[in-house]
Structure formats: C-alpha cells, structure tokens
Design a protein around this ligand. Sequence first.
Ligand code: ZN
Length: 159
Amino acid sequence: MAILKIVKEGDPILRKVSRPVEEITPRIITLLDDMKETMHKAQGAGLAAVQVGVLRRVVIVETDEDGYFELINPKIIAYSGKQEEVEGCLSVPNVWGITSRPYAVTVRALNRKGETVEITGKGMLAKAFCHELDHLEGKLFTDEMIRPLTKKEIEELRG
Ligand code: ZN
C-alpha cells in the first residue's frame, strides 16, 4: 500500500467528472487500498479517487459510528429529510462550513468483489456519501455552502 498525494483546491482535476469503472481490475483494488491508507493518514472521513488524481467513480467513507465503506460507481437512489451540519474536505484545507444535505441517503454501488450493495446512511454517513459523490461530478462542498465557519468556531471545533 502507499500513501498518495491529496490534490488541493485550485487543481483543475477536482472540477472534472469522473468516469465509471468498467471492470474491477487489480489496479482498482490497489487504488482502494491506497485510498484507505491515505485517508487514515490524513484523518479524513471520506475520499474520492479524483482527490488522489484518478478520474474514476470510486469513493471510500468511514465514520466512527458506521464503519468503513468502499463504493464503486455509486448512485444515490433515495434520500429524505434535511440536515445543516459542519463539513470540511481534505482537498480544501482549513475551511469548514455549514452545508444543507439530506438527513438520510441510500446509495447503490459495487463493492470490490463486484457485488451490488445498497447502504442507507443517516446523519454524518449521509452527509459523507453526498460529499464524496459530489466529488465525482466535479463539485466541492464550498460551492453550495450556506456559510463558512468563523475562525472562532473552527478553534472550538478543533478543541
Ligand atoms: Zn472532499
């Protein structure tokens, strides 16, 4: 496994639409493993392949409560409710803001074995699914942020 370089805002690749994975090759498996290691090193809750410079529809998400998910060619098939919570991104360092997201989201995707899975996430997991899937469309959370957090709020968040 390897730690990959995380692409930062300003790099035009983050604005590109990622392509579907047509076949789960050993390269895709290696990509998933490397993304996991990279996300852990950076202490993130999610990572899209485009954030490590690979324009493929592959994302990983991890929350303390719900565990770890690998999603290949993910699609949101249902959503409900609304939440306005704090969001940040490994590609947009030192910026946090309030976004409006559905409270619950159901995602259909392939896992690394090529099996179709459906996962319903609520709260933080739903927010993370939306955030990572936006990356596949070339969107960043700052595009639709309701407002950025102030310096004081960020300090409080960091404890
Ligand atoms: Zn992000």
